[in-house]
Design a protein around this ligand. Sequence first.
Ligand code: FE2
Length: 202
Amino acid sequence: MAREPKNFDNLLGGNAKGLSDLQLKAHFTLYQGYVKKLNEIREKLGAADRSAPNYSYNEYSELKRREPVAYNGTVLHEMYFENLGNGSTAASEGAKKLIDQSFGSYDAWMADSKAILMSAHGWLVTVFDYSDGKLYNNLVRTEHDVGLFANVHVIVAVDAWEHAYFADYQTKKADYVANALSGLNWDVLNARFAQLGGHAAK
Ligand SMILES: [Fe+2]
């Protein structure tokens, strides 16, 4: 079944810190393009000939190579738009404890998040690693499909591709990064932490 793009019009009208409707609407259109391509790739995969897969080129092989680009392009944008917007600005006790255990302090996590966003053309993705029960910051890059650890639960996603901020900030990327991090919606993030349940109680 085809995947439907989610609607994030709740962010318009000044509800996402530092982002204009012009900037957000352009970004929504780009996100919708990833959903469309994910649907197209998966539809073609359903009927693709699997008899001659090949590293250099084969239709099935190439569809499987491109599927993670469209998938992560879809899901990371959804998580990003969901964790923007007016909401609580306070981390829950559980979230704070896990951040402290993983990074040393909330401020250290913020400093590392800022450094990742300033390093990227790509994403800051804060993840919970089920292997050791700690949080890590990933820099996801190339085409949304490189750099994300396996065996993780995604908590925070912040887009630092130029299309995410250039209409509003031009080259003042640091201003976008500061607004994006201070404008995170902790109602959404605290709920994602809560999904960890007993995994985070180590
Ligand atoms: Fe984006």
